[in-house]
Design a protein around this ligand. Structure first.
Ligand code: SF4
Length: 372
């Protein structure tokens, strides 16, 4: 029954389903396809029809449905109103959204419009066609709301010492982006407080620009960033990165994940955060050790993950994109303050009944109390 349509137009196919309708009105129907071989009877003013919404498969469809009525059907822009006709809708007459595929049984008036009483029903046909529904963690919205609530009144170092919290008010946008990148490069295996202090020393010393770091000797650079983790290696990475930025990017930082990841010492986590904090473009979830751990503890990943990069992909598979930017900051702060790597405060956590580790911890505490 599905036909292939061009990608530029979405079409509604309106077909008669008289015999199939399990209602008293079906007595008014004339049979499948709407053909009548009986003696003519007065046609009903309103006839029950089935509307099938179809769309080209490569369009990441579909049609927005409100109050049980597909929004393109009632719209005045819909063309072709007769029973059995193919109703074309102009592209853009309705909102395109993913994952809404429904079939409707309901009243169609003589103009071919669907009434507001139309009830969406999923037919066997559509059930066969539908992809398996996307996995998402149970109660994740509630868990997220609880984390937001807990973070409201709890301080975490990331709140004022994150990669975009350097004292560079007067800096140009290019220099601010460079500070974000340097902050991220220094941050691996290093606490936020230590990273932040190192960047502040660099800014205070000579502005922390590509040119100033290129002019700086390695010993001075090392002393300024010490004691960040792996500071000797980071001196090399920063120097090499500054040369590339000067030569290929006119002193700015790259604006793609691919090019950012080509810089020495820059991996996907840093690249996604640099895109978000430096350029204001959300390309992916920045997964650090806190996001990785908490995602596995709740769990917010379908299967346990070993590497942050696996966690990033697992989270991005279900978490709505509009939350990608927020979730990094939220979980990092949550991990620094409440859901700590050692000794998480499960008994105070609003998610203790919704979290796998929290439930196990609370069971253990109950047993301990009983045995005492
Ligand atoms: S219950 Fe414990 S492990 Fe779970 S989110 Fe809360 S603090 Fe973290």
């Amino acid at each position: 029954m599905l036909s292939v349509f061009s990608s530029s137009a979405v079409r509604y196919l309106v077909t008669q389903q008289f015999c199939k309708m399990p209602t008293t009105r079906s007595s008014a129907s004339a049979g499948a396809s709407g053909e009548s071989h009986e003696a003519p009877v007065a046609p009903p003013k309103r006839r029950r029809k089935q509307i099938k919404i179809e769309y080209p498969s490569d369009d990441k469809p579909v049609v927005k449905v409100e109050n049980g009525v597909p929004s393109g059907i009632k719209g005045s822009k819909a063309k072709g109103k007769q029973v059995g006709a193919t109703v074309k809708a102009e592209p853009g007459t309705f909102e395109i959204k993913q994952e809404i595929k429904e079939e409707y049984e309901g009243e169609i008036d003589s103009k071919g419009d669907a009434s507001k009483s139309a009830d969406p029903v999923k037919s066997e046909y559509w059930q066969e066609e539908e992809k398996p529904s996307k996995w998402e963690p149970p109660h994740w919205r509630e868990v997220l709301a609880n984390i937001r609530e807990m973070r409201k009144n709890t301080y975490a170092p990331v709140d004022d010492m994150g990669c975009d919290k350097n004292s560079n008010d007067d800096a140009t946008p290019e220099v601010r982006r460079f500070h974000v990148l340097i902050s991220l490069m220094l941050s691996s295996q290093t606490k936020d407080q230590v990273t932040h202090a190192a960047v502040e020393r660099l800014i205070e010393h000579s502005g922390c620009t590509v040119d100033s770091l290129l002019l700086m000797d390695n010993d001075t650079l090392g002393k300024l960033i010490y004691p960040v983790g792996f500071w000797r290696r980071k001196v090399q990475y920063i120097k090499q990165t500054c040369e590339i930025l000067k030569k290929d990017y006119n002193g700015d930082i790259p604006n793609t994940i691919k090019d950012l990841c080509k810089l020495p010492g820059v991996g996907p986590k840093m690249a996604h955060l640099a895109m978000n904090c430096g350029w204001g473009i959300v390309t992916g979830i920045g997964v650090d050790t806190h996001v990785h751990r908490i995602s596995n503890w709740l769990p917010w990943v379908q299967k346990p993950t070993k590497e942050p990069e696996q966690t990033r992909l697992a989270l991005e598979a279900w978490l709505p994109r509009e939350l990608w930017s927020e979730v990094n900051h939220l979980l990092v702060g949550f991990g620094q303050s409440i859901c700590r790597p050692v000794g998480p405060h499960c008994s105070e956590c609003l998610n203790k009944e919704l979290c796998k580790v929290g439930r196990a911890t609370m069971r253990g505490e109950k047993k301990k109390k009983k045995s005492d």
